[in-house]
Structure formats: structure tokens, C-alpha cells
Design a protein around this ligand. Structure first.
Ligand SMILES: CC(C)(COP(=O)(O)OP(=O)(O)OC[C@H]1O[C@@H](n2cnc3c(N)ncnc32)[C@H](O)[C@@H]1OP(=O)(O)O)[C@@H](O)C(=O)NCCC(=O)NCCS
Length: 166
């Protein structure tokens, strides 16, 4: 199993994943649901790649890198790392967002993918801990976090806030 940074070589598999990912699933958002392959190649892929080194983006936008989890030649999930936090991200989505293909869930990929992602995030983020947020009713994702040593630091009406020590 490996995490591969978003790239042009894997465009077709990345497009298949992105176009079928819901617009909002448990707070993980995707503006490209249903996108055609041509439009993905021309617009979405260059945009998503550029997020690592943003140009002409609003002040609130922090660098973000997309990674895909591969098991052999199968792309099984997506993991996003935001490189540092703003006040909004601290109280909000934190450093990492992720999802696993619907037909591959419950097989340990979420847990394994977050482990690999946290290894990378530990090298990137300046904060002392990795910040994560999860909906209170999203038990699988809470387990993925707990399996990776996360602990609860707080909550609001809808979410738990977790952290993983560096
Ligand atoms: C959350 C998500 C990434 C989990 O991925 P996954 O590959 O199924 O995770 P794992 O297989 O590592 O399972 C983690 C735990 O959740 C449990 N689990 C998985 N699916 C479950 C389900 N539908 N109901 C109850 N428990 C479930 C597993 O049994 C496992 O439990 P264990 O730690 O006791 O063994 C996946 O469900 C997903 O993509 N959800 C939609 C997007 C999302 O919610 N992202 C997270 C936003 S914070």
C-alpha cells in the first residue's frame, strides 16, 4: 500500500475517484462530483495540483496537498493535508481530510491511509499536534482516528475535535 501525491500520470484513476465522490459526505466536500474527464484534465486537475503552491488564492487559503492511497493498481482513497492552520481551521476542519471508496470501506484502508498521511503531515505542519475534526455520528471515522492514536480535545454541537501528537 502506498500514498501517491496527485499527479498527471494517474489522471484517469484520480478522475474516476473524484467524479464519484459525493459533494459532501460527513463534511468532506468535493466541488467536482460528476465532472467529465475532459474538464477534469483541463481545469480540476491543474487546480488541485496548484493547491500545494497556491497562486492568486484568497488570504484564507492555506497550501493543501492531495494524496491517493493505492493498493497495488487500485486507487482506494484520497487523503488531503492542509500544511498549516488558520484560526478558522483550528476551530474547524483541521489538517487532514479523507475518504475511502465506497466498495472498499471496512477493510482497514482508512486506518492504514491515515497512518501513512500522518507520517507525511508530521514533516509538514508547524503545529505541535495534528488537528482533526469528525462528525459525532461518524463512528467509522472516529475509529480511524482512534486507531491512529488520536485523542479527543473538545466538541461542539455536531463534531468531536481530535488531535494526534507529533
Ligand atoms: C470514514 C472512512 C474513511 C473509514 O474508512 P474505512 O476504510 O472504512 O476504515 P477502516 O476499514 O479502517 O475501519 C475503521 C473502523 O471503522 C469500522 N467501520 C467501518 N465501516 C463501518 C460502518 N459502516 N459501520 C460501523 N463501523 C464501521 C471498522 O470496523 C473499523 O473498526 P475497528 O477499528 O474496530 O476495526 C470511510 O467510511 C469514508 O470514506 N467515509 C466517507 C467520508 C468520511 O466520512 N470521511 C471522514 C470525514 S472526518
Amino acid at each position: 500500500m502506498e500514498l501517491r501525491k496527485i499527479n498527471t500520470r494517474d489522471a484517469y484513476a484520480q478522475w474516476e475517484y473524484t467524479t464519484t465522490l459525493p459533494a459532501d459526505e460527513n463534511g468532506l466536500t468535493n466541488p467536482y462530483t460528476g465532472i467529465a474527464y475532459d474538464e477534469y484534465i483541463e481545469k480540476a486537475l491543474p487546480t488541485l495540483i496548484s493547491y500545494e503552491h497556491p497562486v492568486d488564492m484568497p488570504d484564507w487559503f492555506v497550501p493543501e496537498t492531495y494524496y491517493y492511497l493505492w493498493d497495488g493498481d487500485c486507487l482506494v482513497g484520497e487523503f488531503r493535508i492542509r500544511h498549516h492552520l488558520t484560526e478558522t481551521l483550528k476551530k474547524g476542519a483541521g489538517h487532514i481530510g479523507y475518504s475511502i471508496r465506497k466498495d472498499k470501506r471496512g477493510k482497514g484502508y482508512g486506518t492504514a491511509g491515515l497512518e501513512l498521511t500522518v507520517q507525511i503531515a508530521k514533516e509538514i505542519v508547524p503545529e505541535e499536534e495534528i488537528y482533526l475534526r469528525v462528525n459525532k455520528d461518524n463512528i467509522p471515522s472516529q475509529k480511524v482516528m482512534l486507531n491512529n492514536g488520536a485523542y479527543i480535545i473538545g466538541e461542539d454541537m455536531e463534531h468531536y475535535f481530535f488531535r494526534i501528537k507529533k
